[in-house]
Design a protein around this ligand. Sequence first.
Ligand SMILES: NC(=O)c1ccc[n+]([C@@H]2O[C@H](COP(=O)([O-])OP(=O)(O)OC[C@H]3O[C@@H](n4cnc5c(N)ncnc54)[C@H](OP(=O)(O)O)[C@@H]3O)[C@@H](O)[C@H]2O)c1
Length: 286
Amino acid sequence: MQQDLPATARFLIGGELPVCRLGFGTMRLTGPGSFGWPEDREEAQRLLRELPALGIDLIDTADAYGPDIADHQLRAALHPYPKGMVIATKGGVTRPSRDRWVPLGRPEYLFQQVRKSLEILGLDVIDLWQLHRIDPKVPRDEQFDAVRQMRAEGLIRHAGLSEVTVADIEEAGRHFPVATVQNRYNLADRGHEAVLAHCESRGIGFIPWAPLASGGLASAEGAVRRIAAAHGVAPSAVALAWLLRRSPVMLPIPGTSKLKHARENIAALRLELSDEDQAALEKAGA
Ligand SMILES: NC(=O)c1ccc[n+]([C@@H]2O[C@H](COP(=O)([O-])OP(=O)(O)OC[C@H]3O[C@@H](n4cnc5c(N)ncnc54)[C@H](OP(=O)(O)O)[C@@H]3O)[C@@H](O)[C@H]2O)c1
């Protein structure tokens, strides 16, 4: 944890579990298409080992990354995890091949996967487990009830959803308290504004995936680049600082395979965008 950060840099997941609002996503620590091992495993290990020193204590992962490879890397680099480190994982999506991500929400599969995640990550309880996708082929009640049961059995502490609507969140909320929602959102893609507003009104953490538009914003021209140059930071830090300022429930999890890029991204936490910067970015993104 970074002691010198303002209180606004932190968020309480489920109203009680503190994290720094800028996290890290592990999807890029796998092979192309998030399948298999990455070419440079050593760099992945160096990067992961450095995260605590950078002040990152929220790591987003999923059994589908690799599959399992991101989690094996996490364990190898960081277990036993530093005190206060929150590993947020996801289950409910299978990887039959490099280019396929197939939801599977049958309760027995979700239970198998949560137990496998505990084993591979080396945890007694998963602080935050997110249903990676609601499976349209399985009754929704059964999927949500499986999550309720995981909490009741103490396998997971908090639960979240991914790629959902406000109606989905309300429906799931009748089975378990929805602590986080993970939807695609960034400066250039704001399709989920209504979900963000709902999360903000309920104190639900909103985890925008692809916060750098899958890398596009790291090489953006125009306002992003100009503001980055003015503040002496990388464009990626500007895109992330815009997100952090956009809402107090925003918890971006930028992904990278390079330690140098992780260092550039963390600069967003201390970057104070002016009202003019924020407005110019808002306009450019739209
Ligand atoms: N819930 C879901 O359905 C879902 C879907 C996708 C992702 N996710 C989660 O969200 C996380 C983030 O999403 P993402 O990784 O797809 O997209 P992202 O964070 O928007 O962008 C990652 C890309 O940006 C590049 N990058 C990062 N920092 C950079 C920097 N400082 N300078 C230049 N390039 C930089 C990375 O390349 P380098 O490796 O070269 O740095 C990588 O190609 C994932 O890791 C995963 O945990 C969730």
